[in-house]
Design a protein around this ligand. Structure first.
Ligand SMILES: CC1(C)C(=O)N([C@H]2C=Cc3c(O)cccc32)c2nc(Nc3ccccc3)ncc21
Length: 334
């Protein structure tokens, strides 16, 4: 039997050379890949449509719609969408330091200043979502990723949805240790308070390394969540305890709002403000007082590669998420 030739040409998806698999979900595989022209690393979520029923397919298209709407330094960026009759490819930024969850299990728990920096980044991402009428509904340490500078990248809007204040949602979402009492009770809820409860769980997990509510089975967990009682370790600061207690309130109407959390004493330190980073693409380059719509330097670079300026501008203006759109934004963010 002739030995198979070692694969000479790497597996390619569009202009991307696949490097390795970094994650497997129930209907998606995520691959680390590198753009052949810009050499930038990306994470490509590959979804086989044939494995999905109608409702899950709808969730994927809703996730894409949400990712196209949101542009924030602590929310996972979408660069390109490719679709064939069988498969959808979502080209996203690659968070090279992985899950916060793994980070915490390695460190056991975070000192409060470190937890504050991360929590503030998650908070600014969620505040931005709510301002765009989007609720995440699946906030958990596993969905908080870290880039190469340990900055938060909020991922996985699979349970995300649009909300109108006053209009209620009631789908069961998220994972049990992070789920709010009103979700366990199957009550109608308004989106934002649901994310605030999960933020309270996330803050507790960052500082303690364990869950406030746990249980060997769902019934015990539900009982404890509805009772709203949890232990505070002796070494937690009074301010941190106070903030957590005012987020993990059983009655959603009595829970702190995002704005009140931002103003809470525990959140007020100078270091926190300095920490919220602005990525390059967010700071427009001042040129003679007017703010150019697009980055002139990158447009020139692309022209140098033989990519027509008018074609690029058309793709950017239409937010087409095609190859030209991806090359521009990959170069801007590099
Ligand atoms: C496209 C996107 C957003 C995505 O879907 N995933 C998957 C894949 C693994 C995984 C997870 O373990 C937790 C959440 C999301 C995911 C991504 N993972 C990363 N980095 C990473 C790096 C080392 C370990 C885990 C994640 N960057 C971007 C993404």
């Amino acid at each position: 039997m002739v030995m198979a030739e070692p694969r000479r040409c790497p597996i390619r998806i569009g202009f991307y050379d696949v490097i390795r698999t970094i994650g497997k979900g129930n209907f998606a595989v995520v691959k680390l890949a590198r753009h052949r022209i810009t050499k930038t690393e990306v994470a490509i979520k590959i979804i086989e449509k044939s494995h999905l029923d109608q409702s899950n397919l709808k969730k994927i298209y809703r996730e894409i719609q949400i990712l196209k709407l949101l542009r924030h330094q602590h929310i996972m960026k979408l660069y390109q969408v490719m679709e064939t009759s069988t498969t959808i490819y979502l080209v996203c930024e690659y968070a090279s330091h992985g899950e916060v969850f793994d980070f915490i299990t390695q460190e056991e728990r975070l000192p409060e200043p470190k937890a504050r920096r991360m929590f503030y980044q998650v908070l600014s991402a969620i505040e931005y979502c709510h301002k765009n009428n989007v609720v995440h509904r699946d906030l958990k340490a596993e969905n908080l990723l870290l880039d190469g500078n340990d900055n938060i990248k909020l991922a996985d809007f699979g349970f995300g949805n649009f909300f109108q204040s006053g209009q209620n949602l009631n789908t069961w979402c998220g994972s049990p240790p992070y789920a709010a009492p009103e979700v366990f009770e199957g009550k109608l809820y308004e989106g934002p308070q649901l994310d605030v409860w999960s933020l309270g769980i996330v803050l507790y997990v960052l500082v303690c390394g364990t869950f406030p509510f746990d249980g060997s089975n769902l019934a015990t967990l539900k009982e404890r969540v509805l009772a709203g009682r949890f232990r505070i370790p002796y070494w937690m600061s009074g301010d941190c305890e106070n903030l957590i207690r005012r987020m993990l309130v059983v009655n959603p109407k009595k829970r702190l709002t995002i704005n009140q959390i931002k103003k809470h004493k525990w959140m007020q330190t100078f270091a926190v403000k300095a920490e919220v980073t602005m990525t390059k693409s967010d700071t427009t380059h001042l040129t003679g007082g007017h703010f150019p719509e697009f980055n002139e330097h990158v447009l020139k670079l692309m022209q140098g590669m033989g990519i027509g300026r008018s074609k690029t501008l058309e793709s950017l203006r239409k937010s087409s998420y095609d190859h030209l759109y991806a090359i521009y934004h990959l170069l801007v963010d590099r």
